[in-house]
Design a protein around this ligand. Structure first.
Ligand code: C2E
Ligand code: CA
Ligand code: CA
Ligand code: CA
Length: 274
């Protein structure tokens, strides 16, 4: 019976083992990526609807893995969050994005994604202030994007950090709006300047329900002094529907995919010439 038990144990073990090993490997690889500078940022333009001019860029993290090539953020950010490595990675993202943005035209903002895990660290606002100062970037040119998960956690530390940042002049955007479980009452408690409407509402904007949701978000935003950005705009039809509904800004492949910093300067030049 003992041998059989062991056999049963062995029968189930390999896949779990494999999983744990893959996770551990990824974790080691992540530490090495930080130490060896394997991360880079790509930037995706945000465009104002009224004038079609670029108002900012969102920094999106890329990992150039030595063996696996480009690893998409959603394949490693969850593990980075579980292990706390996101704090170190997030600090790198913030410093790099602010330094890069300091060389852009002064009307172009930089939007940086901040994980709910980073918002548990009471020194975050101080570290962001440090990144801004080191880059010589005015706080008004930084926008942090946070997801609804932060709201649900009902976390006073997160709320405090967001107020500190907002008081410094940093803008706060609520990312992926409509995908989480937050209630509208949170919009009043948190100092949001902007709501980013998730791609899922944009992709089927021609459907009545999505269009009604976008319309509702736009009016809530307007009534509370917030702007709205539509994410994942891919077609001209989506663009006109969103303009019609009164969205402030758009972002998506229709105008530009995320690009390395070097290619961005060409877009700035085109804008300036236009
Ligand atoms: P997100 O913040 O919602 O970013 C938008 C995602 O949509 C990006 O995916 C972007 O490349 C993609 N996208 C932009 N326009 C279009 C479009 O027209 N169509 C489609 N289908 N997709 C579009 P990406 O770069 O793979 O990033 C995925 C997520 O990873 C981000 O979602 C964000 O939650 C997270 N992330 C990326 N960089 C960072 C970072 O530096 N820190 C943290 N904490 N999270 C990050
Ligand atoms: Ca975002
Ligand atoms: Ca988003
Ligand atoms: Ca998203």
């Amino acid at each position: 019976a003992k041998a059989g038990g062991r056999r049963t144990f062995r029968f189930f073990e390999p896949s779990m083992d494999e999983n744990a090993r893959a996770r551990l490997q990824l974790q080691q690889d992540l530490r090495r990526a930080i130490a060896e500078g394997q991360f880079e940022l790509h930037y995706q333009p945000l465009l104002g609807f009224s004038s079609n001019v670029m108002t900012g860029c969102e920094a999106l993290l890329r990992w150039r893995h030595p063996e696996r090539g480009m690893v998409p953020p959603l394949d490693f950010i969850p593990l980075a969050e579980d292990t706390g490595l996101i704090n170190e990675i997030g600090d790198w993202v913030m410093r790099t994005a602010c330094a890069e943005a300091a060389s852009w035209p002064s009307n172009i903002r930089i939007a940086v994604n901040v994980s709910p895990v980073q918002l548990k660290s009471p020194t975050l606002a101080l570290r962001i202030a440090g990144a801004l100062a080191a880059a010589g970037l005015p706080p008004e040119r930084l926008e942090v994007e946070i997801t609804e998960a932060v709201l649900i956690s009902d976390d006073d530390v997160a709320l405090g950090i967001l107020h500190q940042l907002h008081d410094m002049g940093v803008r706060i955007a609520l990312d992926d709006f409509g995908t989480g479980y937050s209630s509208l009452s949170y919009l009043k408690r948190f100092p949001f300047d902007k709501i980013k409407i998730d791609r899922c509402f944009v992709s089927d904007i021609s459907a009545g329900s999505s269009s009604a949701i976008v319309q509702a978000v736009v009016s809530i935003a307007a009534a509370s002094n917030m702007t709205t950005t539509a994410e994942g705009v891919e077609t001209g039809a989506q663009q006109s529907a969103l303009r019609e509904l009164g969205c402030t800004e758009m972002q998506g492949y229709l105008f530009s995919a995320p690009k390395p910093a070097a290619e961005l300067h060409k877009l700035f030049a085109t804008e300036a010439a236009a």
